[in-house]
Design a protein around this ligand. Structure first.
Ligand SMILES: NC(=O)c1ccc[n+]([C@@H]2O[C@H](COP(=O)([O-])OP(=O)(O)OC[C@H]3O[C@@H](n4cnc5c(N)ncnc54)[C@H](OP(=O)(O)O)[C@@H]3O)[C@@H](O)[C@H]2O)c1
Length: 261
């Protein structure tokens, strides 16, 4: 018996990285999973590699658009009949948004907030409107260690991930008696594709090389190394499962002890 037998999940940004690993972990535990992303090509590749037949389905959409966010939730319900688990995971920060506050553009701040915070709000609101009537649901949002601590040169991301944590806490208190939990996961650095792509510019904005950046994130943790996507995926399985009914409004650090709380 899997921990998520019969459950229906939607994972935004589920074709690569943390989302993909979590989608696969949900599938292994018996859930049916919708994975989303902008690229249909990456979506098809993910479906081929996951190879889980009709238990996994891809829906394309850009989470920076409200209509797309709402369509991902509705598409999950249309495909599998309900939604039990939302993993609002897509997000990040573009190179153009790496700047100290004194030099940050409105556009840079807005883009990161839309990608991370507004996407989480739009998908969470749509999912809650299905979960509240069915009196069951599990919502997990991907925040970051930077949703708990500051980092120079990355203000838009720090703001957006803190905002996600605030939304999680607020929503948890609204639906806590309805069988619905709302939590975030706060990973430290994980060397996924987006980190390989954007990491060198981020490192430069902080006056270091990419290798020094990876090393720095590892060294500031208690375990002296960075984590892997599977470390996040397994925590998401726990949060999505029935045994986690008493965990809500939590901001779970998966950063090897980096964050002070
Ligand atoms: N990696 C880290 O070090 C780290 C640490 C803490 C938190 N996080 C957070 O973890 C989450 C996942 O990051 P990751 O490192 O796993 O990234 P990743 O490996 O680059 O994967 C990103 C996934 O999201 C999709 N995606 C990206 N932008 C999208 C958009 N605008 N609309 C819809 N889908 C989109 C991508 O597919 P398409 O490209 O086809 O859209 C892909 O499936 C993010 O919220 C990130 O901020 C990451």
């Amino acid at each position: 018996m899997g921990q998520l037998d019969g459950r229906i999940a939607c994972v935004t940004g589920g074709t690569r990285g943390i989302g993909r690993a979590t989608a696969e972990a949900f599938l292994r535990e018996g859930a049916k999973v919708v994975v989303t992303g902008r690229s249909s090509e990456k979506g098809q590749r993910a479906l081929d590699e996951i190879d889980a037949g009709d238990n996994v389905h891809f829906i394309s959409g850009d989470v920076k658009r409200r209509e797309d966010c709402e369509a991902l939730i509705q598409g999950t319900v249309d495909k599998y009949g309900r939604i039990d688990i939302l993993f609002a995971n897509a997000g990040g920060v573009n190179n153009s948004s790496f700047a100290p506050v004194a030099e940050m553009s409105d556009e840079g701040m807005e883009d990161t907030l839309t990608w991370n915070f507004w996407h989480t709000f739009w998908t969470m609101r749509a999912a809650l409107n299905h979960m509240i009537p069915q009196q069951h649901g599990r919502i997990i949002a991907t925040s970051s260690v930077e949703g708990k601590v500051g980092k120079p040169g990355n203000s838009s991301y720090v703001v957006a991930k803190h905002a996600i944590n605030g939304l999680v806490k607020a929503a948890a208190h609204e639906v806590g008696t309805l069988g619905i939990t709302v939590n975030s996961v706060c990973p430290g650095l994980i060397e996924t594709d987006i980190v390989k792509e954007n990491g060198p510019d981020y490192a430069e904005s902080m006056g270091m090389t990419y290798e020094e950046l990876l090393d720095w994130f590892g060294k500031e943790s208690a375990i002296q190394r960075i984590n892997e996507v599977e470390d996040v995926a397994e925590v998401c399985v726990l949060l999505a499962s029935d045994v986690a009914a008493g965990i809500t409004g939590s901001l779970l650090s998966i950063d090897g002890g980096t964050s002070p709380y």
